[in-house]
Design a protein around this ligand. Structure first.
Ligand SMILES: *Cc1c(COP(=O)(O)O)cnc(C)c1O
Length: 229
């Protein structure tokens, strides 16, 4: 089932790229394996997938310890400051930096380990009350501040768009995030590259790609629906 699902997702990614004149190589698929057993991760690896996303530090660490294949782990969920030290050296990219205080903690822990943290800033682009992330108007100041942190490299922005029935309803939000990215990139801030745009999930990744996503985060569409106890 995972194999067939991946074929469908890849086809959809190709179609969205063709529609928007983008190179399919510029869109990376993150297989969101949260709540799913490692057996399913192995199945995706057997289908050549190499990027996995988890939203909890403990679950990411456990899977990191079990899976020996050379895969990338991406932390996509809210990160508490007291858990930062547990992910040093394990994650390729932290998608969910949502405050200056968290960035400070990342700086502290990665400096201790003499490592560089690659991060995205999470933006609450639709200004939803229930969501984490910087408000759109706060992003540039946050980038300027965090760009001073020696052990952090800002690679771009991430958003979790609203839950909608019709993916088209999120197009404005994806376009808005892309605009923030480009505006900041054009300022050529030292230590900031602003090339990556993490947006789009099972319900709306095609639209996100059309609006410039470089990472799409797909869980249900690959591994099936999640059961929470
Ligand atoms: C769970 C999750 C996803 C994947 O959601 P699906 O709708 O299952 O594709 C993507 N991004 C984040 C941050 C998530 O927590």
């Amino acid at each position: 089932m995972i194999k067939e699902n991946l074929q469908i997702v890849r086809k959809n990614i190709e179609k969205a790229c063709a529609k928007s004149n983008r190179n399919v190589k510029d869109v990376k698929l993150i297989c969101v394996s949260k709540t799913k057993p490692v057996d399913m991760i192995y199945e995706a690896i057997a289908c050549n997938e190499k990027i996995f996303g988890e939203n909890k530090v403990q679950e990411l660490s456990q899977k990191y310890d079990i899976v020996n294949d050379p895969v990338e782990w991406h932390l996509i969920g809210h990160l508490q400051r007291n858990k930062v030290k547990q992910i040093v050296g394990k994650v390729k990219l932290i998608h969910s930096v949502d405050s200056i205080r968290l960035a400070q903690q990342i700086q502290t822990e990665f400096e201790k380990a003499n490592k560089i943290a690659e991060i995205l800033l999470e933006v609450n682009v639709a200004k939803e009350e229930t969501k984490f992330g910087f408000m759109p108007e706060e992003v540039e100041a946050a980038v300027l501040e965090i760009s001073k942190y020696k052990n952090i490299k800002i690679k771009g922005l991430m958003t979790i768009a609203p839950y909608v029935e019709n993916a088209e309803d999120n197009r404005v939000h994806f376009a808005a995030l892309n605009k923030i990215l480009v505006d900041i990139r054009n300022k050529n801030i030292d230590n900031v590259s602003m090339c990556e745009l993490s947006m789009g999930m099972t319900g709306d990744y095609e639209v996100a790609i059309e609006e410039g996503a470089t990472y799409v985060r797909v869980g249900t569409g690959i591994f099936g629906s999640r059961v929470y106890n």
